[in-house]
Ligand binder design. Structure first.
Ligand code: NDP
Length: 523
C-alpha cells in the first residue's frame, strides 16, 4: 500500500527509483522532501476492493453520521492549518499565503458545505406528471460506489480533497491517484480523515505515474473524476468508456479577461494581476489573455506593470513572499518555449521574462507582462500555465467577445466594467463554464457553485448541487396512485386510435377554443 516515507537519498523529481519509490523535491529549494512507495497493479486492485468493502456500510449510514466525520475532519484541518500549509508550500512551491487561501481554507469550507448541504441536495426529487397525474414519480440519488480521483500537481490538496468530500457525503468511497510530483499531501490527508473517524479504506490513495492512473480506471471503480491536461483527459475518457463508467473531466484553460472602458482600472489591474500570477500562474482558471479597450490600454498596462514589478518572489515558505516557485521543470520548459516564440514573433516584454534555475534545483519564473502579442503566438493560443500576462486591445464589444471566444478552451472568463447590465450582456455571450464580473479565480472556492468547462476544457461538473448529483446514480421510481384503464394497450383498434388522438389534441391544443374543439369536434 502507498505510504509516505522520508528517505535521505537523491533522485530526480517525479522519477521512479529502482527501489520502486517516487521522490519529491521542494520546488522552492530543491531539497528532498520525502518519497512514497509506488503502487503495483495488485496494490491498486486491493485498494479499490478495500474501498468497496468499506463503502457498503458507509452508504447505509444516515447523513448525520457522515456529516459528523466530515465536520470533525474540517475542525482538525483548521487546527493544523499551519502544518498543512507548511507541507503544501514545500511540496508544491506555492507561497505560504496561497497554501492557506487557495488550498487549506477552501477545503475546510468545501467540507463544511458538503457536510451541511448534501442531505438536502440529494433528497428525493418529485416529478409532477402532467399527463399521468394518477401516478407518482420521483428521483432517488444512490451513491455510485467507488470513485476514482486522478488529480494534478497544481492544487494537490484542494482539488482531490474537495471532490472526495462531496463523493463521501453522497455515500461513496474514493481512491485517489495524486500527481507523481505532489504525492505526499494525500497521505497526510488520508491520515487526517482516519483520525476524524472515517472508516479505514474508505479514502484510499494509490501512488505512481500515469500507468497507475490508467490501472485505477481498469480496477473496478464506478466513476472517474480526472483533473489534468486535455491530452491525458482524452485518453482517460476513452479508457473510462471501455469500462463503461461515468467520467468527469476538468481540463485546461486559456482564460480571457475583457476590460471595458468604464472599468475601475485600479481594481481591474489588481485582480487581473492576481488572477494571472497567483500560484505562479499554474491555475487552470488563470487569466492567460487580457483584451483591453484601446481607450484605456495605456493606463491599465502601466498599472499592471507597476504591480508586477512590486511582487516579491523567492523561497515560498515565508509570509512576505508574493510569488513562489514553479512546481515542475516540465512546466518551466513550456513557459520558456512560449516566451521565446512570443519574443521571436515581435512581442514586447514590459517587465519580467527571466527564468531562474538554481544549481540545487529550485525554479522561478518572473511575473511577466507582454504587449504586441498576436493570435498566432503560442502564448495567446496554448495554455501557458506560468506567470505570463499578454495584454491586447479591441475596439468594439463584439470584437472583444469574438477574441475572447477564439479559443479551443472554455473554462472561465472575466469581465471588468462598472456597468452591471453590460457585464451580464457580455457574460451571456462568452463560451465558458464560469464567467466572473470584476473578479478572477475565486469561485473555485465557492463550493455551492458548479465548476467545469465547455469545449476542450472538459466534460461534466464538480462542486455544488450538480457535482453532488454527479457522484450518484439517479434512479427514477414511478408508482401508481390510482388505477385507470389506458387506451394504448392491446387489442389495438380504430376506437383507441381516435381516443388517443382526441386526448392529446385536447391537452396539447392551442388556446382554450382549440382545446374545446379538439375535445368535442370531429376527429
Ligand atoms: P496531466 O494530464 O499530466 O496529469 C494529471 C493526472 O493524470 C496525474 O495524476 C497524472 O499522473 C495522471 N495520468 C497521466 N497519464 C495518465 C493516463 N494515461 N491514465 C490515467 N491517468 C494518467 O496534468 P498535470 O498534472 O500536468 O496538470 C496540469 C493540467 O491540469 C493543466 O492543463 C491544468 O489546466 C489542468 N487543471 C484543470 C483544472 C480544472 O479544474 N479544470 C484544475 C487544475 C488543473 P502523473 O502526474 O503521475 O503522470
Amino acid at each position: 500500500m502507498a505510504e509516505a516515507i522520508a528517505v535521505p537519498q537523491t533522485s530526480a523529481q517525479g522519477t521512479v527509483t529502482p527501489e520502486g519509490t517516487l521522490s519529491v523535491r521542494e520546488p522552492g529549494s530543491g531539497k528532498l522532501l520525502g518519497e512514497v512507495r509506488v503502487s503495483s497493479p495488485a496494490d491498486v486492485r486491493h485498494t479499490v476492493q478495500q474501498a468497496r468493502a468499506a463503502q457498503s456500510e458507509w452508504a447505509r449510514k444516515p447523513f448525520a453520521a457522515r456529516r459528523a466525520v466530515l465536520l470533525r475532519f474540517k475542525e482538525l484541518l483548521l487546527e493544523r492549518a499551519g502544518e498543512f500549509c507548511d507541507h503544501l508550500t514545500r511540496e508544491n512551491g506555492k507561497t505560504r499565503n496561497e497554501s492557506l487561501f487557495m488550498e487549506v481554507l477552501p477545503v475546510a469550507d468545501a467540507v463544511h458545505w458538503y457536510a451541511t448541504h448534501a442531505e438536502k441536495a440529494l433528497a428525493d426529487e418529485r416529478i409532477p406528471l402532467h399527463l399521468f397525474p394518477h401516478k407518482k414519480s420521483y428521483l432517488r440519488f444512490y451513491p455510485r460506489g467507488v470513485i476514482g480521483i486522478i488529480s494534478p500537481w497544481n492544487y494537490p490538496f484542494s482539488i482531490p480533497t474537495g471532490d472526495a468530500a462531496a463523493a463521501l457525503m453522497a455515500g461513496n468511497a474514493v481512491v485517489v491517484k495524486p500527481s507523481e510530483f505532489t504525492p505526499i499531501i494525500l497521505e497526510k490527508t488520508r491520515a487526517l480523515f482516519e483520525e476524524a473517524g472515517l472508516p479505514r479504506g474508505l479514502f484510499g490513495v494509490v501512488q505512481g505515474k500515469g500507468d497507475v492512473g490508467a490501472e485505477l480506471i481498469r480496477s473496478g471503480v464506478n466513476m472517474i473524476v480526472f483533473t489534468g491536461s486535455v491530452a491525458t483527459g482524452r485518453r482517460v475518457n476513452v479508457a473510462a468508456a471501455e469500462q463503461m463508467i461515468h467520467c468527469v473531466l476538468e481540463l485546461g484553460g486559456k482564460d480571457p479577461a475583457i476590460v471595458l472602458p468604464d472599468a475601475d482600472l485600479d481594481a481591474a489591474a489588481k485582480k487581473i494581476s492576481w488572477g494571472a500570477f497567483a500560484n505562479s500562474g499554474q491555475t487552470c482558471a488563470s487569466v492567460e489573455r487580457v483584451y483591453v479597450h484601446e481607450s484605456v490600454v495605456k493606463p491599465f498596462t502601466e498599472k499592471v506593470v507597476a504591480l508586477a514589478r512590486k511582487l516579491r518572489q523567492g523561497e515560498p515558505n515565508q509570509y512576505d513572499v508574493d510569488v513562489g516557485a514553479m512546481t515542475t521543470q516540465m512546466q518551466v520548459d513550456i513557459v520558456r518555449r512560449h516566451l521565446e516564440d512570443a519574443r521571436q514573433r515581435g512581442a514586447k516584454i514590459l517587465t519580467g521574462g527571466e527564468i531562474q534555475l538554481t544549481p540545487d534545483g529550485a525554479r522561478f519564473v518572473q511575473p511577466t507582462v507582454l504587449t504586441d502579442t498576436t493570435p498566432e503566438m503560442a502564448i495567446v493560443r496554448e495554455e501557458t500555465f506560468g506567470p505570463m500576462l499578454p495584454i491586447m486591445t479591441y475596439r468594439t464589444e463584439e470584437e472583444a467577445v469574438r477574441l475572447a471566444n477564439d479559443s479551443t478552451y472554455g473554462l472561465s472568463a472575466y469581465v471588468f466594467t462598472r456597468d452591471r447590465s453590460k457585464a451580464e450582456r457580455i457574460a451571456n455571450q462568452l463560451a465558458a463554464g464560469t464567467v466572473m464580473h470584476n473578479d478572477t479565480l475565486y469561485t473555485h472556492a465557492a463550493p455551492e457553485t458548479p465548476w467545469g468547462g465547455v469545449k476542450s476544457s472538459g466534460l461534466g461538473r464538480v462542486h455544488g448541487k450538480h457535482g453532488l448529483h454527479d457522484f450518484c446514480e439517479v434512479r427514477h421510481v414511478n408508482l401508481e396512485r390510482l388505477s385507470f384503464p389506458a387506451f394504448w394497450y392491446y387489442p389495438y383498434s380504430k376506437r383507441a386510435w381516435s381516443i388517443g388522438l382526441r386526448v392529446y389534441r385536447t391537452v396539447l391544443g392551442r388556446g382554450i377554443t382549440g382545446r374545446l374543439k379538439a375535445l368535442f369536434g370531429k376527429q
